[in-house]
Write a protein that binds this ligand. Sequence first.
Ligand SMILES: C[S@@+](CC[C@H](N)C(=O)[O-])C[C@H]1O[C@@H](n2cnc3c(N)ncnc32)[C@H](O)[C@@H]1O
Length: 277
Amino acid sequence: MPVSSLRFAAPALAAAWVIAAAAAHAQQPRPALDVHFVPTPEQVVDRMLQMAGVTDKDFVIDLGSGDGRIVITAAQKFGARGMGVDLDPERIKEANANRQKAGVAEKVEFRQQNLFETDLSKATVLTMYLLPRLNLQLRPTLLDLKPGTRLASHAFDMGDWRADRHEKIDGRDAYFWVVPAKVNGTWQIEDGNSKFEIDVAQRYQTFEGVARAGNVTVPLRETSLRGDEIRFVTELESGKPREFRGRVNGNKIEALPPEAGGPQANTAISWRAAKAQ
Ligand SMILES: C[S@@+](CC[C@H](N)C(=O)[O-])C[C@H]1O[C@@H](n2cnc3c(N)ncnc32)[C@H](O)[C@@H]1O
């Protein structure tokens, strides 16, 4: 082609390239979403974050973050840092614009990625507004998070993992859980000079069991498990109930310091437990 013709062809070529690029962009398959975007009303967002007790010490991850409102509110009103993940690039664009507008760009980020492939280990609080089957799909991953991690879900529960708290806000459901430590099994306990075993049968954040010393077996009473904090009462010596409060750390339990007001006469203050192999 003579040089003079090229001069006329160049703008046409550039225009053709722009049209082709736009067409290629339009043809990019939209990501297959597990649930469509429906925003959580602001008053429900506020309440979910209050139920989870969010503070400036927290890192909040919203699974399927939409326009970013939950993580942005956590930063703006509660001082938290956080991250939202969403598969839809349009939502990420919108959330990024919103975090700039809200002046929390330093505290929060949004990533275009699948919530099921997201590393959740940094979260102290997780929020979600998904679907019942997605909550159930996530449940094993959530139960494996660090004990004490707090979860808040708009609209949907976790099946038979009952919520620690459930509230209605303007007809909407909000649920709250604390991830419980894993305490199922047999533990050997040292309490001063005495030693005994407990057998624990755990179901999410509740458990029952027995304490055994020699040929005496008694039920565990007043059991509670909140995150890594465990409590139970045994009465291996008749008429002498003993209260145990401790912090679970993997295969060990260490006594918790006595509660304000001093320990009760029947509180074990320097006890420890180890999981039987
Ligand atoms: C019901 S909206 C909730 C938005 C926001 N969390 C709120 O409560 O306002 C669910 C969001 O999940 C996103 N989503 C759907 N499937 C996803 C997946 N597999 N990974 C990440 N995000 C997903 C959708 O694009 C949508 O923005």
